[in-house]
Design a protein around this ligand. Sequence first.
Ligand SMILES: Nc1ncnc2c1ncn2[C@@H]1O[C@H](COP(=O)(O)OP(=O)(O)OP(=O)(O)O)[C@@H](O)[C@H]1O
Length: 559
Amino acid sequence: MGKIRGRDYISWLWQYTAPYAGRIGLLLLFGLLETFASLAMVQITKEIIDHATVGSGFGRLLTGYVLLLLGMQGISVLSTLLTALVTERFSFGIRRQIYEKILHSGWREVTAYHTGDLMTRLTSDAGNVADGIVGTIPNILQLGIELVLVFCMLFYYSPLLAVFALLVAPVAALCSWWLGKRLKRLQGKVQESESEYRSFLQESLANLLIVKAFTGEDRAVERLTKLREERFYWVYRKTGLGTASSTVMSLAFQGGYLIAFSYGAWQLSRQQITYGTMSVFLTLVNRVQAPILGLAQQIPRIIALLTSAGRIMELQRIPGEQRAAGEIRGWEIGVELRNVCFGYTREPVLKRVNLKICPGEFVAIVGESGIGKTTLIRILMAFLETGAGTVDFYNGSGQRQETGAFVRKFIAYVPQGNTLFSGTVRENLQMGREDASEEELWAALKLASGENFVRSLPEGLDTVIGERGHGLSEGQAQRIAIARAFLRRAPFLIMDEATSALDEATEVAVLQGLRALEPRPTCLLITHRKGVLKYCDRELCIREGSVTEECSTTTICTA
Ligand SMILES: Nc1ncnc2c1ncn2[C@@H]1O[C@H](COP(=O)(O)OP(=O)(O)OP(=O)(O)O)[C@@H](O)[C@H]1O
């Protein structure tokens, strides 16, 4: 992936900002109205003081002041509400897009990231971008306009003072330039340490049993503290840098104010200006320096925005999956692999694999642990791209197509391990087919030998199960996963050690149910258990990266 350049940031930010430009513009308008109102109040204050010192009435001026004050409060309330609304919508818009992107990206590339890191990018980084676009950028524009307006007003009253008040500007510019680069590096470190911290939290909570079983509670807390300290270190350095620069700017600011104050007092003592003008001086000097200071204070926010935008862009640059439309139809589906090679690293896992599985065939794949059985499945299902060779699916009418994401439409898959979601048994089953009727759900459970135990659950199909099947035994969870795949009524079924947690009798019942399926799917079973083999037509063995025929029984492939 290439380096992200300045213009990439701009076009990326614009792409997300454009749909909200109207609402963000409205926020800017509210900000400007507040600025105008506050400047008008400065002018009215002067008039009130001047009228008061000469003893004339100022009732109307006071009414005007109160009306402006109320108007400003009203705008401030509207602005706060709109900011909350736009930020929420904006951040959800980004989160949704990243989420969709992750779901449609290559499995291998996405799983190279820790889920904790992905979560940080989805939540904290998306939040930083939303705050930056909705809050910081309009704020910068507003402060810039305010600076110009106040400077012009101050210049009208005293050109010399206006120039003095701007003395803080070069200090602010120097500080900002010096800060920018350093802050970006520190902000990157803060986000990285946040990712590590969240990853650890998520992983240790998901594997609580292991932590407890290995009496690792204290070690886990220690590790968490260490990660927190690491994050604290970077946050501390970032905050320290920000504080040092704002102290310098604050001193420059106070200096400017002191000069204005002394100059005003000197003019007042010589009766060259009125008390009202003196109050305008002081307020305006304050007001001209405040936007400069405010602008400088936006730098860390802009840096946070850019750093987080960069981290999100990195995810978005992950290549998407090939989404060619599937042309293979019908029930009779087979697959043919020719000279397929694959390795996760330079070391090959599969070397020149040639293999044909015919429509309706039941094939067992065996081989020692870690030899490449699951890898072969991932290649068939296009989760992994082959280094060389071809994987073609074909049907009984002679249509042929190279594998791609589309094959998952006609493949039902029972992966290794517990793959249930939290929710009801029904919701888990309906992942197989959303519109499955009650009868179909029970029929699938029956085939998977899960009917009796689900009927005995307190709420039957509506029993709530926890994360990763919490509340069920491994074997029960496996039977629900098998029923979920059966419900799909797919012409090609892949089961990766799907009956490993079942007792022998239940396993036999499931395999018999599988063979009784009508119409009969093509079936690929990865197994370490001898008992499974007698339900298969062929047994293939992966050995030293190649697939060899162990024994051939009944089926001769004619398609
Ligand atoms: N994401 C990955 N990145 C790098 N190497 C991997 C990855 N997944 C698996 N491997 C390696 O690829 C090889 C084959 O793994 P695979 O999971 O296909 O084995 P398997 O035959 O299914 O094993 P088992 O029977 O234990 O499930 C192993 O050496 C494994 O370490």
